[in-house]
Write a protein that binds this ligand. Sequence first.
Ligand SMILES: [Zn+2]
Length: 239
Amino acid sequence: MSRHFASLLAIAVVAVTLTPGGASAAPKEKEVDCTQVKCVALTFDDGPGKYAGVLLDTLKKHNAKATFFLEGQYVKSRPAFAKRMAVEGHELGNHSYSHPNFTTIGPAAIRSEIQKTQDIVKQVTGVEPKLLRPPYGMADLQVSDIAAEFGMPMILWTGGSRDWESKNEEAIKKQTLAVAKQGSIVLMHDWVKQTVDSMPSLIKTLQNKGYHLVTVSELIKDQKLEPGDIFPVPEGWEK
Ligand SMILES: [Zn+2]
């Protein structure tokens, strides 16, 4: 065998080893096609919250996936929860570092809030968030431009559990079931104990109705969102 051929072979071996999906990659989860089956994306904001560990246990038990829009400051204080979220197949999104209203602070402050959160999530979990949820769902064209700089679309919600308001298990279940429809993105919080307590029964009910609980990215795959886009588009939003 010529030296040249041998080195080509060596390169080919390296290339095969580095191909994603090779033997070293984690086993692939069964994919859910949300154009064929009913899907709902549950989203948990402001975490990792105090009760994230219990929530993660419940999600795992029921084979449900969720999306966590994390605050950088809590990723820093509760890194183990953030790591578990990533390892257990949930999606991690960026929800700023300290939750200011992006429409009332300057562009440098917005950039810093997003960047610091990208950095700490990456450092703690190895994952880089691909989605931004601006605090309070408040965005304007400037926020959209900055989201675009980071290569991220902005994700709001189609319905809320109003959990932070009611702090009542029955009310949270009722409200969530009322807004959970095909393609819904539901806003919840893993710092509300009653939300986490309601999850076993809520997940069972949704699954019995035929819903697959998927991540936001899975749910919106067909939307082909561009960086800086907002989804769902709020009333009065113009670009
Ligand atoms: Zn929030």
